[in-house]
Ligand binder design. Structure first.
Ligand code: DC
Length: 220
C-alpha cells in the first residue's frame, strides 16, 4: 500500500491538487478535513457546542461517518444524510477549529483515517490534511508539505466562496490558521518532508510536481 501524505494550510489548494494527483496515479483520495467538518456539522445540527469537549467526546462514540475514497465521487455522509455540500458552508469553517483542537477527536480521526486507507481497495491513497506527514502517516512512502504565500491563499479562498470580500476572507483564513496551528504545525516541514510551493505555479504544474515526486519515490 502506497500512502502519499500531504499537509498544508487553508487555501493552499491541497484538496483539489491531491484529488487530481490521485486520479492521475490511479489512487484513492482521502480529504481528512471532511471528517472534522462532518463532526462539526453533526454537533451543530444537534445543538451541541463544538467547544464543549466532553459533549463532543460523547457524540464521537456514535459518529456514523462515511466517506468515499474514489477521487471521482465526492461522497461524505453522516448516517443517512449526504453532507458533502453542507460541510463547505462558511458557518462550518468558522466552527471547525474548536472541534480540531479536541484531542479525543484528533485521536479518533487518526484511527479512522488509518482504517479508511487500509481498507480502501486502491493500490495507493493520497491523504491530505494538517497532520498527515507528522502524526497520521509518518511512515508514508511520500510526504509533502504544500504551501503558498498568504496573499495567494487568501485570493484563492475568496474566489472559492461566492460573495465574499477580500477583507472578510483575510480575517477568516488568518483566524483559522492561527487556531489550527495551536495543535499541529503545518507551516514547517518535518524532517524528510518535501516542500512544494504553489504560489507561482499553475494548478496543473502543482499536480505534476506532486505526481513526479510520488513516481520518483516508488516503482510506478
Ligand atoms: O482542510 P479543511 O479546511 O477542510 O479542514 C477543516 C478543519 O479541520 C481545519 O480547520 C483544520 C482541521 N483539520 C485538522 O486539524 N487536521 C487534519 N488532518 C485535517 C483537518
Amino acid at each position: 500500500m502506497i500512502v502519499v501524505a500531504i499537509d498544508g494550510p487553508a487555501g493552499s489548494g491541497k484538496s483539489s491538487v491531491a484529488r487530481t494527483a490521485a486520479t492521475q496515479l490511479g489512487f484513492g483520495f482521502l480529504d481528512t478535513g471532511a471528517a472534522y467538518r462532518a463532526l462539526t456539522w453533526w454537533a451543530l445540527d444537534r445543538g451541541i457546542d463544538p467547544s464543549d469537549e466532553r459533549a463532543i467526546a460523547v457524540l464521537l462514540e456514535t459518529f456514523p461517518y462515511a466517506i468515499s475514497l474514489d477521487p471521482a465521487r465526492e461522497r461524505v455522509s453522516v448516517g443517512e444524510v449526504d453532507v458533502a455540500v453542507a460541510i463547505r458552508h462558511p458557518q462550518i469553517s468558522l466552527a471547525v477549529s474548536a472541534i480540531a483542537q479536541n484531542l479525543r477527536v484528533r485521536e479518533w480521526m487518526k484511527e479512522s483515517a488509518r482504517t479508511l486507507v487500509t481498507n480502501s481497495g486502491f493500490p495507493g491513497v493520497v491523504a491530505e490534511g494538517r497532520d498527515m506527514t507528522t502524526v497520521v502517516f509518518p511512515d508514508a512512502s511520500t510526504r509533502i508539505l504544500l504551501t503558498a504565500r498568504e496573499d495567494v491563499r487568501i485570493k484563492r479562498r475568496a474566489g472559492e466562496v461566492a460573495g465574499r470580500d477580500l477583507a472578510e476572507t483575510t480575517a477568516s483564513v488568518r483566524e483559522r490558521d492561527a487556531k489550527d496551528s495551536n495543535v499541529v504545525d503545518f507551516f514547517t516541514a518535518a524532517p524528510g518532508v518535501t516542500v512544494v510551493d504553489s504560489s507561482d505555479i499553475s494548478f496543473s504544474e502543482t499536480v505534476s510536481a506532486i505526481v513526479d515526486i510520488v513516481r520518483a519515490g516508488s516503482d510506478l
